[in-house]
Design a protein around this ligand. Structure first.
Ligand SMILES: NC(=O)c1ccc[n+]([C@@H]2O[C@H](COP(=O)([O-])OP(=O)(O)OC[C@H]3O[C@@H](n4cnc5c(N)ncnc54)[C@H](O)[C@@H]3O)[C@@H](O)[C@H]2O)c1
Ligand SMILES: N[C@@H](CCO)C(=O)O
Length: 362
């Protein structure tokens, strides 16, 4: 039975939910997917680092029994008060590094370094971190190709809803001309709560407690989170090569509860919309801005942390993908789907190498 050893970098909502998935349904996953998962290292800014490469690896149950803010690895066997990210990523034997530290929309650090170190050390990477992907995807892909490892990031757009894989695998042979979507769970949740009478601050606090918001929710409210997602989608699906400067961005902070409620009374729903469209000269224009959509519009009925993106194509017209856009478990599932993707690609690589060997022998 194949087994993948995982190093978890960042042990907040998402990677903790991944650990819960592995601890809670590892055996069922093993039976269904044909591979086992073992966590051999965890690092976190607040908890420190923990490494166990013997036996079953790290015993996850006792860690998960401790409240997130109170976890301290320093007194544990194999533990250290320091996160020791670089040492863990480069030196601890692991097959896959799951990166889920905070997203930095300016330069992608420190996640960018985490991803680079892992790839340079010959480890596959899956990440939910938008910074490195939006800002440096091309160079990281090239680095991964040179080192013969996978670089997966399904959770960076619409959490566990497989929008990137759908667009990459299912749109072959047709031209995507653009897309528009509700791509941030927090702001959409906040707009809905304003409509039902909550204050802006209380609505944001709820989204934080539910695990939807970024470490600094300004990124959700001012649209930077959607800006990164539009870049990722446009660069993946339209081959756009967009930088942040190419995507003008306005968030929802200028909207008041009164604006939202008055619009609703008039049959309009405020949504934070991220969009991109190919111009006749082949370049791509993109933006993030709040829009008051009429009730019948396909994006007007998208509520709470649900996200939806409508892709415009030449052969199929508009194809809409919708599902959870945020949430700890939903995003942990994206990491699991990345591991499945890595397993499939590794299987293909092994099968390809075997058939090459057979061809040489035959
Ligand atoms: N929560 C979601 O719904 C969601 C959805 C999609 C993508 N994401 C992305 O996934 C990532 C993780 O999200 P989350 O909800 O778990 O965030 P979180 O704030 O709950 O957890 C992040 C963790 O990373 C740790 N950390 C920060 N800097 C670190 C460093 N330098 N070294 C080691 N640990 C460090 C923090 O201590 C924290 O425990 C973020 O980049 C976020 O943008 C989150
Ligand atoms: N903070 C983000 C998480 C998902 O990327 C959101 O609310 O959509």
């Amino acid at each position: 039975m194949t087994r993948y050893d995982l190093a978890l970098i960042g042990f907040g909502g998402v990677n903790r939910a991944l650990a819960e998935l592995i601890a809670g349904r590892g055996d069922a996953l093993e039976a269904e997917l044909g591979f086992a998962l073992r966590v051999v290292a965890i690092t976190d800014l607040r908890a420190g680092s923990l490494v166990r490469t013997d036996g079953d690896g790290i015993d996850l149950a006792p860690l998960l029994a401790v409240a997130p803010g109170e976890l301290d690895f320093s007194a544990m066997d194999g533990g250290d008060a320091e996160p020791r990210n670089e040492w863990v990523i480069r030196e601890v034997p692991a097959d896959i590094v799951a990166e889920a530290t905070f997203t930095n929309p300016m330069d992608g650090e420190p996640a960018l370094s985490h991803v680079r170190w892992a790839i340079e050390a010959g480890k596959h990477v899956c990440t939910t971190n938008k910074g490195p992907v939006a800002l440096h995807c091309r160079s990281l892909r090239e680095l991964a190709r040179r080192h013969g490892v996978c670089f997966e990031f399904e959770g960076t757009v619409m959490s566990g809803t497989p929008v990137l894989r759908t667009a990459r695998r299912m749109f072959g042979g047709l031209a995507v001309t653009g897309f528009e979507g509700v791509l941030n769970g927090t702001s959409n949740y906040v707009l809905g709560r304003l409509e039902s009478g909550l204050s802006f601050a209380d609505a944001v606090a709820e989204a934080q407690a539910l695990g939807y918001a970024e470490a600094d929710p300004t990124a959700d409210i001012e649209g930077y989170d959607v800006q990164l997602k539009v870049m990722i989608l446009a660069n993946e699906v339209l081959g756009a090569g967009l930088t942040r400067a190419d995507v003008p961005c306005t968030g929802i902070s200028a909207l008041t509860a009164e604006d939202v409620r008055r619009a609703a009374a008039e049959g309009l729903r405020w949504k934070l919309v991220g969009s991109a469209a190919r111009r006749p000269d082949g370049t791509v224009e993109a933006r993030v801005a709040p829009v008051a959509l009429p009730d019948g519009h396909p994006l007007a009925g998208v509520t709470g942390p649900v996200n939806t993106v409508a892709f415009h194509t030449d052969l199929l017209g508009t194809v809409t993908v919708g599902g959870p856009g945020a949430g700890r478990v939903e995003t942990a599932y994206a990491l699991l789907s990345d591991v499945i993707g890595i397993h499939e690609q590794s299987g293909r690589a092994v099968a390809g190498a075997k058939s090459l060997q057979e061809a040489h022998r035959g």
